[in-house]
Design a protein. Structure first.
Length: 129
């Protein structure tokens, strides 16, 4: 993800033109606290190029300009294991987000956009309705 991908749209931060599963292009809302945290990380890490996340070796040196889906998978699995949740997978986080939004009273049409579903029917199945 490039820093330029995070933009202010209609008084809200969002990751714009994100190409996701199935080649679908979408915009993902980003809470203000996340953009503040990203700003602190950029400052602390001395990031000057446009890539926000990149691979690092154990010595703390970057060795690539991007991370892969496999790296994401390992990060989630490693932290889940530390929390005593060894069966947790990255996709579970997407489902949990959608379910928590539903419990908080979110409307189905709004929740649909979080996991990037094209149809409301897919979201209904996803939430177990």
């Amino acid at each position: 993800m490039d820093l330029d991908d995070i933009q202010r749209r209609e008084d809200h931060w969002a990751i714009v033109d994100l190409t996701g599963k199935g080649g679908h292009v979408r915009t993902v809302p980003v809470p203000d606290w996340v953009t503040r945290t990203i700003g602190k990380r950029i400052t602390a890490a001395g990031i000057s190029n446009s890539k926000l996340l990149r691979c690092m070796c154990r010595a703390g040196k970057t060795w690539n300009d991007f991370i892969t889906d496999r790296v994401d998978w390992h990060v989630v699995k490693d932290y889940a294991s530390m929390l005593g949740l060894p069966q947790l997978a990255p996709h579970d986080l997407r489902r949990s987000c959608a379910c928590l939004c539903q419990v908080a009273g979110g409307e189905l049409e709004q929740i649909q956009f979080l996991p990037g579903h094209v149809s409301v029917q897919t979201t209904e199945k996803y939430l177990g309705r």
